[in-house]
Design a protein around this ligand. Structure first.
Ligand code: TNX
Length: 509
């Protein structure tokens, strides 16, 4: 049982590479400000409590859940205590906005303050990284559990810091998606964009058009069995994301990337003939039938059901690589889809091609190209639209690291860890300045990926760098310092069972 484990752990030597106390600013993403107080270290003990003020209970329970397995401490979550504690307080906190926090570590205890529970959750991720890496183990480890003294004041540069997972090319189970949510939340990623439909598969149950999932979801790249989420499973995923303070943005890609839907319902095709299911990796060959009324009835049903499953403000309407749709048809189609989304009370995100369709100012084009030039995206920014930055040669997690990488593609180039860290969202696209940037997103396309091991090998170590680019002040951006902070994440990933790429650009411990 737990006691036996605790005793075994006590007899194991601490890893030599892990210093007893971490440095206050050795966190990813780098904090806005860290004022060290070397006399104010705080040590967790078996009698430490977690104090949760009004509105802080959920984050406090999450923190306890992170700390209990490795410390073996009880860490009761209480409303008030005189015992030394980690206190989480939701209260007016200057400077940090609606996502930031202030964390003070003093001899007598730790105080984490924020204006919102999102801010408290972000602060908990910092607190967690300030403890020794073995805190991430699922088994009892030996202490000491010392937090470095001082105060961190921290808040994000951009509100939107996203990851995207392509569950269409290969299907990932509910548990695999939850695992990725847990991993990205550590780096203050607050959006998970799920690419739910593409040529190779439709992955969300739509009750009014059931064959989308049962037939359109029945295969994947390479011919495997595919799969789909029932609405109940999807709701569970959305709730799990919310518990990690992540908003899910569901994508139905269209008018291209739609073979799975076209294969499921012949009436959606201009010629009334359903194409076969597709298991290859070409893009740009499919299109919804822009001139048929049933296309818009279908989309109204699909978007209606998806909107009802989505507590977040945004639905993603895809719109990329519509090479089988004429420019005129694309304009017309995208205009219709944008109004359907609005009718269902949602705002639209879409790949940057949607900027060509006169989107409303609330729509968010997501830039994915590699050359940093797109006139329509620049015009949208000038009109007041916010842009999400995902330049493929920097932010695409499915690009191979080098020519020997066993997974990934390289159409946007090879993207080593330093490359993915070497860009600035405020200068990534000509004509789109800092104030037009909603944030960053790291897409992970899954043509070559089949399980969590594959996801982790591509996302780690690049995802933390994209997260830092989205969160940290530009003034902290420095590869030489970053690669050292990054190296220190490795024992944490090992303790979490994350199978990461040991890039030769980083001196891993
Ligand atoms: C391009 S860039 C795509 C996806 C592919 C990806 C592979 C963009 C919006 N679309 O359909 O999966 O490249 O890297």
């Amino acid at each position: 049982g737990a006691t036996a484990l605790a005793l075994t752990a006590l007899t194991q030597p601490a890893a030599a590479s892990q210093p007893a106390t971490r440095a206050l600013a050795d966190v990813i993403p780098a904090p806005v400000s860290a004022k060290v107080d070397p006399k104010a270290d705080f040590r967790l003990t078996p009698s430490t409590a977690i104090e949760a003020g009004r509105g802080a209970r959920q984050v406090a329970d999450y923190l306890a859940g992170v700390l209990r397995p490795s410390t073996g401490y009880r860490l009761p979550v209480v409303e008030r205590t005189k015992a030394p504690s980690i206190a989480l307080e939701l209260r007016a906190t200057a400077q940090v906005g609606d996502q930031g926090y202030q964390l003070t570590v003093a001899r007598g205890g730790v105080t984490l303050r924020a204006n919102t529970s999102d801010g408290l959750f972000a602060g908990v991720q910092t607190l967690r990284q300030l403890l020794p890496a073995r805190v991430e183990s699922q088994r009892v480890q030996r202490g000491p559990w010392t937090l470095p003294g001082g105060t961190i004041t921290d808040y994000p540069r951009f509100p939107h810091r996203g990851a995207m997972l392509d569950v269409a090319r290969h299907f990932f189970s509910v548990d695999e998606v939850k695992r990725y949510m847990d991993q990205i939340a550590q780096y203050k990623i607050n959006r998970l964009h799920l690419h739910l439909a593409d040529d190779q598969g439709w992955r969300i149950e739509i009750k009014s058009w059931p064959r989308l999932a049962t037939y359109g979801g029945s295969t994947e790249v390479g011919g495997g069995p595919g799969g789909y989420y029932t609405q109940e499973q999807y709701t569970d995923l959305v709730a799990y994301a919310a518990s990690r303070h992540i908003t899910v943005i569901p994508e139905i890609d269209m008018p291209g990337h739609t073979n799975a839907a076209l294969a499921s319902y012949p009436e959606l095709n201009c010629d009334g003939v359903a194409p076969p299911l597709y298991t290859g990796i070409e893009v740009g060959f499919s299109s919804f039938c822009v001139d048929k009324d049933i296309t818009y009835k279908f989309l109204d049903d699909v978007i209606g059901e998806l909107a009802a499953l989505t507590p977040g403000e945004y639905l993603h309407i895809g719109g990329d690589e519509a090479h089988a749709t004429t420019p005129e048809d694309y304009q017309k189609f995208t205009g219709e889809v944008l109004s359907i989304v609005a009718r269902h009370g949602k705002l639209a995100q879409g790949w940057h091609e949607i900027a060509k369709a006169n989107p409303p100012v609330s729509a968010v084009p997501q830039f994915w190209d590699t050359d940093g030039v797109d006139a329509a995206t620049a015009a949208a920014a000038a009109a007041g639209n916010k842009i999400v930055m995902s330049p493929a040669n920097k932010a695409y997690l499915d690009m191979q690291y080098n020519e020997n990488s066993p997974l990934g593609l390289h159409w946007a180039g090879y993207v080593e860890v330093a490359d993915s860290y070497d860009w600035d969202p405020a200068t990534a696209v000509q004509g789109v300045g800092e104030s037009s940037v909603a944030g960053v997103e790291a897409p992970l396309w899954s043509e070559t990926l089949t399980d969590s091991d594959d996801i982790e090998f591509m996302a780690f170590p690049r995802l933390p760098g994209i997260a830092e680019i989205g969160w940290s002040p530009k003034s902290t951006h420095d590869w030489t310092a970053y690669r050292e902070r990054l190296a220190q994440q490795a024992p944490r990933w090992e303790a979490q069972g994350i199978d990461f790429y040991r890039s030769p650009q980083v001196d891993w411990p």
